[in-house]
Design a protein around this ligand. Structure first.
Ligand SMILES: Cc1cc2nc3c(=O)[nH]c(=O)nc-3n(C[C@H](O)[C@H](O)[C@H](O)COP(=O)(O)O)c2cc1C
Length: 285
């Protein structure tokens, strides 16, 4: 399960029991935040998509840490997403959560939070990551914004991936929601998620895999709703896959259905480990 579903880390164990291999709690910020004014989540039902402009509503670090301590038995399968608009806030989130989780996702890519874009400046991102890398005791992932097809922005955002890897992250989460403008959202713009993203997620994984060449792990996220999607992303170079919006549309049985189908595909391909997934998914009914 991707970040944003359980922002205050209230139901991580229940989410895992549905069949997810791991869950990312948060995004947690140091102080509690009200988020943006409503309406801030809109379903686009015919597209199986969602537009959101949540802006990190949450209770803040302290209650999240208390809950993570209580759900300690799930630690092995829990990551936490942390963010903030100044470095000190992010360092404090890392210090207080890292002993309670298996890994951290640094979120610098929400399109809905004023102030986060400062970390899209490579020198600022490098400084932040080098500092975090020096203190971290668990793997650190950075969640990047998606890059559009236009060449200039693509190059700029891929540079962020290079910078993050060079500065010492263990992996990249590709990617956050796609920026979108809409008068249905009170603040006029937000992030698009769900089915329309999948094709682009696949392209971005190929893009980034070619650049990081095994120096960092890749977690793919964006528009995933089937075992075939999972297969394609793993075959393209991702080590793990996350989803959120398809869960809204398909319901709590989705992860178990994906797992069952993935096992069927793997058995048809004659493999028993997801690490051996390669090529297109076999054409199984
Ligand atoms: C309502 C909503 C809230 C989200 N909140 C967060 C968040 O707090 N932190 C984060 O890193 N991503 C957040 N995301 C982005 C998702 O984690 C994911 O990157 C994105 O939705 C694309 O995946 P999907 O198409 O499977 O939903 C949110 C997405 C939605 C729909």
């Amino acid at each position: 399960m991707a970040a944003g579903f359980d922002k205050d880390c209230k139901v991580l164990g229940s989410v895992l029991s549905l069949g997810f291999g791991f869950v990312t709690g948060g995004t947690v910020t140091l102080a509690s935040r009200p988020g943006n004014p409503k309406p801030r989540v809109i379903r686009l039902i015919d597209k199986k998509a969602v537009m959101n402009s949540m802006g990190f509503p949450g209770q803040g670090l302290e209650p999240a840490v208390k809950r993570l301590s209580k759900s300690h038995k799930h630690k092995r399968r829990v990551l936490v997403s942390i963010s903030g608009t100044i470095e000190d806030e992010i360092f404090e989130c890392l210090r207080q959560t890292q002993s309670l989780v298996s890994g951290l996702e640094l979120n610098i890519s929400s399109p809905n939070t004023a102030g986060l874009r400062i970390f899209h400046e490579p020198a600022r991102l490098r400084g932040l990551i080098e500092g975090l890398a020096a203190e971290k005791t668990v793997p650190l992932f950075v969640k990047l914004p998606p890059w559009p097809r236009d060449e200039d922005t693509r190059r700029e955002l891929l540079k962020l991936a290079d910078t993050a890897v060079d500065a010492g992250v263990d992996g990249l989460v590709i990617a956050n929601t796609h920026p979108i403008e809409s008068s249905c959202l009170k603040v006029g713009r937000g992030g698009l998620s769900g089915a329309p993203l999948f094709e682009h997620t696949e392209l971005m994984i190929a893009d980034v895999q070619a650049r990081v060449q095994g120096q960092a792990s890749i977690i793919a996220c964006g528009g995933v709703s089937t075992a075939e999607h999972v297969w394609k992303l793993l075959a393209t170079g991702a080590s793990a896959v996350q989803l959120y919006t398809s869960f809204i549309y398909e319901g709590p049985g989705l992860p178990a259905r994906i797992n069952k189908r993935l096992v069927k595909l793997m058995s048809a391909a004659g493999i028993s480990s997801v690490e051996d997934i390669s090529g297109p998914p076999p054409p199984v009914k």
